[in-house]
Structures are given as C-alpha cells and as structure tokens.
Design a protein around this ligand. Structure first.
Ligand code: CTP
Ligand code: CA
Length: 226
C-alpha cells in the first residue's frame, strides 16, 4: 500500500536529463557555443528528484550548482553528450528529457595550435553533430522521451514536426524570440504537445514550470502503464 504517493509522482523512476549548451572547439582557445544557461534542465532535474525519481543530469558547461540528490555528469561537446547520455540510458532509464541546446554543427577539425589571423576574411568548415534525443528515442528499448524545441517562428508547427520526426512522447516548445523569456532568463512560457493534446504553461519561473512539467509527464507515464 503506498498511500504517500500521488498519481503524478515519479517515485522509483530512473530519469536521464541533458542540459546546458555544448561547446565545440575550433582551436585550443576558441569554441562555438550558444546562450543556454542550463536553468530549465537543472530545474527539471530538481523537480524530478523532488517527485521521487533517481536523476542523472548530463550537463554541458554551465555555472549552476548540482541540484541536491542529483548526479551530474559533465560534458563539453555534442559527441561527448551523446556518449554520456547513451551510457546513462544503458544503466536503466524510464524517462529521458532533452533540454540541452546542442550545437547542430562542429568544426570539422580542431586546430592543434591557436589559429593566427592573416587574411581579411576566413571561413570555418563545419560538420553535423549527432542528435542525442533522436538517437535515444530511436532505440529499440527507448524510454519515455521528452524533447524541447526552441523556435522563433511557427512554434506549434515546428515543434509538432520535431515530435513526429524524432518519435517523441512529448515536446515542450518555447518561443525564444519572446523578450525576457527562455534562453538565459529566469522565466519561461512553454506549450507542451503530445499525440492527442496540448497545454500551455506560464509565463512563470522555471522552477514552477518544471514542477508542472514533471506532473504532466508523470500523468502520461502512468497512463502508459495502465
Ligand atoms: N537535440 C539533441 N541533439 C542535437 C540537437 C538537438 O539532443 N544534436 C535535442 C535538444 O536537446 C532538444 C531537441 O533535440 O530537446 C530539439 O532541439 P532543436 O535545436 O530545437 O531542434 P533540431 O532538431 O536541432 O532542429 P533545428 O535546430 O534545425 O530547429
Ligand atoms: Ca538545433
């Protein structure tokens, strides 16, 4: 009898979350990255832990403390993130949440020495990075997978396209063009889509949005178990 648990709880669930930016080296002193602060992923990790889950947080470089009770595994590049997330899922995973802002491309080589300036223009040759979320969602033993979609236009259409293309159970869309919300900000407003429904949350603090998301994910996981 577990009278203490609620229908939305993640008690006993194993959760793997990616967070933060990735950093793709150009030479020993330079890299390509983005403005992700990691706050949404860290807030989700804390909320999932508070809901009773065992949480592994695969994190790009951010300046945030580890949420209490959460195991943080630091990574730098998109390739590192795929390796660390796959290893964490191999250890057992009921729920995978990808909040990381992964660099879509990396320099095709990292120069061994600092690149010296010479001509008036220069170009970098970039190659596509692996997609951690699509890789995990495509596994034969895929856990319940939740993606994020950062969009500046046609948010609903691009987000639901991503959910279908990557075979996700749920996608959390945020409009990163909205002033004061999303990337590198305290607050956020999101719309969550799943096959058969949608719900908007916020504007609110990332902690509040994380608690609501964890409750919604717990509901969907519970329905799948029924
Ligand atoms: N993602 C990932 N690995 C990548 C790229 C994206 O795991 N190499 C995940 C992100 O963590 C997020 C989701 O995929 O959960 C969508 O990321 P987003 O950048 O919005 O979509 P992309 O598929 O990269 O498409 P685009 O940037 O062209 O819109
Ligand atoms: Ca992308």
């Amino acid at each position: 009898l577990d009278q203490g648990s609620t229908p939305t709880s993640l008690t006993g669930k194993r959760v793997v979350i990616t967070a933060g930016p990735t950093r793709e080296p150009i030479d020993p002193v330079r890299y390509i990255s983005n403005h992700s602060s990691g706050k949404m992923g860290y807030a989700l990790a804390g909320a999932a832990r508070a809901a009773g889950a065992h949480v592994v947080l695969v994190s790009g470089p951010v300046s945030l403390p580890a949420p209490s009770g959460v195991e943080v595994r630091p990574v730098l590049t998109a390739e590192d993130m795929l390796k660390a997330a796959s290893a964490a899922v191999d250890e057992g995973c009921d729920l995978f949440i990808a909040t990381a802002a992964v660099a879509d491309y990396r320099p095709d080589t990292c120069a061994g020495d600092k690149i010296k300036k010479s001509s008036e223009a220069m170009s970098l040759s970039l190659v596509r990075n692996p997609d951690t979320l699509a890789t995990i969602a495509g596994r034969a033993d895929a856990p319940f997978t939740v993606g994020f979609a950062a969009e500046t236009t046609e948010v609903a259409r691009y987000a639901t396209d991503k959910m279908q293309r990557k075979k996700l159970n749920m996608i959390v869309a945020n409009d990163v063009s909205a002033p004061g919300l999303g990337f590198n900000s305290e607050n956020n407003a999101v719309t969550v889509f799943w096959p058969g429904g949608q719900e908007s949350i916020g504007p609110d603090s990332k902690a509040s949005i994380a608690r609501r998301l964890v409750a919604m994910i717990g509901d969907q996981l519970g329905k799948m178990a029924d």
